[in-house]
Design a protein around this ligand. Structure first.
Ligand code: ATP
Ligand code: MG
Length: 116
């Protein structure tokens, strides 16, 4: 966290469905393919990135420590515990919890498909 050589890229747009999540996945993959160590942080309360990459179980794991917990309760030392490894990059997933009551349609559709 104190490495000042680390580039931080934010993809944000008020417009829904503009391609933010898609951009993040492809940019992360491209940077990883070029040898960079990449961490994708999902701070969209819909968890679009988390669920697009197939981490539905994490999104619905309400016992899981979240980025909110880490920041709100000043537990920065435990941030590494909530990061998961993916084949191409690391991910700090979004977790649906009692403070985020709306469920992403994408997560819901994927969960429904998996339970069919
Ligand atoms: N360059 C592109 N060309 C065509 N379709 C695209 C492109 N980028 C994204 N899409 C499609 O557009 C839809 C929305 O993309 P995406 O989920 O990345 O948007 P988003 O901005 O993250 O949406 P949200 O606001 O819901 O989080 C998806 O179905 C995606 O496959
Ligand atoms: Mg998105």
């Amino acid at each position: 966290m104190t490495d000042t050589n680390t580039a931080r890229i934010t993809v944000a747009n008020q417009k829904g469905g503009a391609g933010k999540t898609t951009d993040v996945i492809h940019t992360g993959g491209a940077l990883s393919a070029r040898g960079h160590d990449v961490l994708l942080v999902d701070i969209d309360y819909h968890g679009g990135l988390t669920c697009s990459l197939g981490y539905n179980d994490l999104y619905y794991d309400t016992d899981r420590t979240t980025l909110f917990d880490v920041l709100d309760f000043d537990q920065m030392e435990s941030v590494n515990d909530i990061i998961v490894e993916h084949g191409e990059f690391d991910i700090l997933p979004r977790v649906r919890n009692s403070r985020t009551t709306r469920t992403s349609r994408r997560c819901w559709k994927r969960q429904r498909a998996e339970s069919d």
